[in-house]
Design a binder for this molecule. Structure first.
Ligand code: GAF
Length: 363
């Protein structure tokens, strides 16, 4: 995927959509659970113009691809995310699409959803399709599952579309409810540090799908539609075998941590958030087994250097962690992390000081 400004097609509309971090509620979206992401200020921009023919041309600063709009199944690599949105919106008009982005790629920060949603917003506006934000969100989800082949749960596109500045977005994938929750760490002299481990994370390499299948199998054995409906007591009595018991335990405990996190935010009890982040990470590491050594080291070192709590964020198997850090400790935490990675012979992490930005829009 591109990270620089390509040349713009003439007479364009521009869609902008952000990446995200998830504060808590991981691997629960496809299990009917609740999660609490917020949009990063890092975003993808899609500038889209009409063509006189039946071709789709997709460009970034470094790459260009062109194919017929009615033969998009051949689109390669990251172009598939663009092609998938065009297909999901049933567009047959030839288009020029120029992409640029500052969302880190493969860092578990949802560069894919940012790309899909930016294209969806731009194409909708250019062609006057009149789709609702929900329809553009769904077209982006379909692009990812049907064209790219990543069986993801919808969290990333939901927050990329519906995010609001200074808020995290409480998403309930059981009821479909969405709620903006004020999230302003700076007002408590805290910061959310994103630690990109530089270990590339892919949602199409089988690990994500395997976890999803195990979770769904556990729900079937428990006799519930989704794991989020199961109670901790029912789970302990059900006699599930490993690894299904641990997979289910993660989901059942994680949705309760999300509720506790939101309750703590509403009560202005920021001191309660760190332990919930830590417990979420332990559950993802030990029960869901989607962490990796670099993520585990990142959260441990961040805590030792003064973070109130830390956890991996996103799908895992690499990617990024987040740490809730007192502002006066941010520099020390960054240095400790860089030092720890270099000491182990790893590429030093990248950092983002994250604060909740706006959702997708047309510019
Ligand atoms: C990835 C997926 F795309 C989301 O749908 C979600 O499952 C997340 O991993 C884990 O919480 O970002």
């Amino acid at each position: 995927m591109p990270d620089h400004e390509p040349a713009a097609p003439s007479a364009t509309t521009t869609g902008v959509a952000p990446g995200r971090v998830n504060l808590i509620g991981e691997h629960v979206d496809y299990n009917g659970g609740r999660c609490l992401p917020f949009a990063l200020r890092q975003a993808t921009t899609a500038r889209v113009g009409r063509r006189d023919d039946d071709r789709l041309r997709v460009t970034s600063r470094d790459e260009a691809w062109e194919g017929r709009v009615d033969a998009l199944d051949d689109a390669p690599g990251w172009v598939r995310y663009v092609a998938g949105v065009v297909l999901a919106l049933d567009v047959t008009q030839g288009l020029d699409v120029a992409i640029s982005s500052d969302v880190p790629i493969g860092a578990g920060l949802s560069s894919s959803a940012a790309l899909e949603c930016s294209v969806a917003y731009a194409v909708d506006a250019l062609l006057d399709l009149g789709r609702t934000p929900e329809q553009l969100e769904q077209a982006s989800v379909r692009a990812e599952s049907e064209t790219v082949g990543a069986p993801t749960g919808g969290l990333d596109q939901a927050v990329s579309v519906h995010a609001e500045e200074h808020h995290a977005l409480l998403l309930d994938f059981g009821s479909g409810a969405r709620e903006q929750v004020r999230f302003d760490p700076a007002s408590h002299d805290l910061g959310v540090l994103v630690i990109d481990t530089r270990v590339s994370h892919e949602l199409t390499d089988g690990g994500y799908e395997a976890r999803r299948d195990q979770a769904w199998e556990a729900a079937r054995l428990l006799g519930v539609t989704t794991l989020a409906e199961a109670s901790p007591a029912a789970l302990e009595q059900a006699g599930l075998e490993e690894p299904l018991l641990r997979r289910a335990r993660h989901v059942v405990s994680e949705v309760r941590r999300v509720d506790a996190f939101v309750e703590a935010l509403r009560a202005d009890r920021w001191d309660l958030l760190g332990p919930l982040l830590d417990a979420s990470h332990a559950s993802l590491r030990d029960d869901y087994e989607v962490s990796c050594e670099e993520l585990d080291v990142a959260v441990e070192v961040a805590r030792e250097a003064g973070a109130l709590g830390a956890r991996m964020t996103g799908g895992g198997f690499g990617g990024s962690a987040i740490a809730l850090v007192p502002v006066e400790r941010l520099t020390a935490v960054r240095s400790a992390l860089t030092h720890a990675f270099v000491l182990r012979g790893w590429t030093p992490p990248d950092f983002i000081d994250a604060s909740p930005g706006p959702g997708a829009h047309v510019r």
